[in-house]
Ligand binder design. Structure first.
Ligand SMILES: C[S@@+](CC[C@H](N)C(=O)[O-])C[C@H]1O[C@@H](n2cnc3c(N)ncnc32)[C@H](O)[C@@H]1O
Length: 265
C-alpha cells in the first residue's frame, strides 16, 4: 500500500519488481500520470483517488509506505489519523516505512531561503518556523518557462521522541530507523528520519532507540592552538553544514544544482 503515491514512481517500480501494489493519492492529475506510465510499461497497478485521512482498509496489507516527506500536512489530530489509517490497513506484523525531517536538527540548521536551479527554471523556498504549531511554513515560488507560480505549503515537524510516541499511540512501534536511504544508522545529528515501524498487536511497545543508536555527547576534541589560550574558553567546532534542499519536494534528478543566497552556494 502506498499512501500519497503521487505520480506513481514508487508504485510502478514496485510492481515491475513483482509486488502487488495499491497506490492512493488525492491529486487526480498525479494519478493520471501514474496510470499512463504504468500503461506504457505494460503493468497493472491499482490506483485510488482518496484522501489519506479517510482511508479505511483493514488488515489488508503486508507493507505500507509514505515517502518523500508526505507526512505532516494536516493539523495534529489529522496527522495522527493518517498513522491510525496506516496501522489499520496493515496486517499484524506488517511494516510501515516513511521519511520525514528530524525537527531537532532541522532547527539547528534552519535555512530561511533556499534556491534550487534547473536550467533557467528556479524553485525558491522561503521558510519560517512556528514553534506553537511545530510547522515549517514555506512560501514556495516556482518559476518554470518564465512563468511564476506560488506554491505555499506547510509541514509539521516532529522530533524522534514525539514521533515514537505518536507511532506507539497509533499501534506501531519503531523497528528500524535510518538517517538516509543508504541505511546509515540514525543518530541525534541526523537531519532526516527514515523510519520503519511495525504493527505488533498485543505486544508491549519496546524502548527506542536500541542502545547502539544512542549518541552520547562528546567533549570538544579541539586542542589549544597556543599555550596562551585558555582551554576552558574553547568552543566545540560545529562542522559546517552542507547546504542542501531541505524541503519535501526536492527533485530526484541529479541535474538540479543548488544555491542559497543567504548561506552561499
Ligand atoms: C511530496 S509529494 C510525494 C509523492 C510521492 N510519495 C513521491 O515520492 O513521489 C506529496 C503527495 O501527497 C499527496 N497528498 C497531499 N495531500 C493528500 C491527502 N490528503 N491524501 C492523499 N494524498 C495527499 C499529493 O498529491 C502528493 O502526491
Amino acid at each position: 500500500m502506498i499512501f500519497a503515491c503521487g505520480h506513481g514512481r514508487h508504485a510502478n517500480r514496485l510492481v515491475q519488481l513483482g509486488y502487488n501494489v495499491t497506490g492512493v493519492d488525492i491529486t487526480q492529475g498525479f494519478l493520471e500520470i501514474a496510470k499512463n506510465n504504468a500503461k506504457k510499461k505494460g503493468i497493472t497497478v491499482k490506483y485510488i483517488q482518496k484522501d489519506m485521512r479517510e482511508i479505511s482498509f483493514k488488515e489488508e496489507f503486508d507493507r505500507a509506505i509514505l515517502l518523500f516527506t508526505s507526512f505532516g500536512y494536516f493539523d495534529d489530530e489529522e496527522n495522527f489519523k493518517v498513522l491510525e489509517n496506516v496501522a489499520r490497513s496493515l496486517k499484524s506484523g506488517g511494516l510501515f516505512c516513511f521519511d520525514t525531517f528530524n525537527r531537532d536538527v532541522f532547527l539547528k540548521h534552519f535555512l530561511p531561503y533556499i534556491v534550487v536551479e534547473k536550467g533557467d527554471d528556479l524553485m525558491i523556498d522561503r521558510n519560517t518556523f512556528d514553534s506553537a504549531t511545530g510547522r515549517v511554513y514555506n512560501k514556495r515560488i516556482v518559476i518554470r518557462n518564465g512563468k511564476k507560480k506560488d506554491k505555499p505549503f506547510f509541514v509539521r515537524l516532529y522530533n524522534p521522541t514525539e514521533m515514537k510516541d505518536l507511532l506507539n499511540k497509533a499501534g506501531l512501534q519503531i523497528y528500524k530507523m535510518y538517517s538516509n536511504w543508504d541505511a546509515k544508522p540514525f543518530t541525534s545529528d541526523s537531519r532526516r528520519m527514515i523510519i520503519i515501524a511495525k504493527k505488533e498487536i498485543g505486544k508491549k511497545m519496546s524502548n527506542w532507540p536500541p542502545e547502539h543508536q544512542h549518541t552520547t555527547p562528546q567533549p570538544p576534541t579541539q586542542t589549544p592552538k597556543s599555550k596562551h589560550q585558555n582551554p576552558k574558553t574553547l568552543q566545540p567546532t560545529a562542522s559546517s553544514p552542507k547546504i542542501r534542499p531541505i524541503c519535501g519536494t526536492q527533485p530526484s534528478s541529479n541535474s538540479w544544482s543548488l544555491t542559497c543566497p543567504i548561506f552561499g552556494a
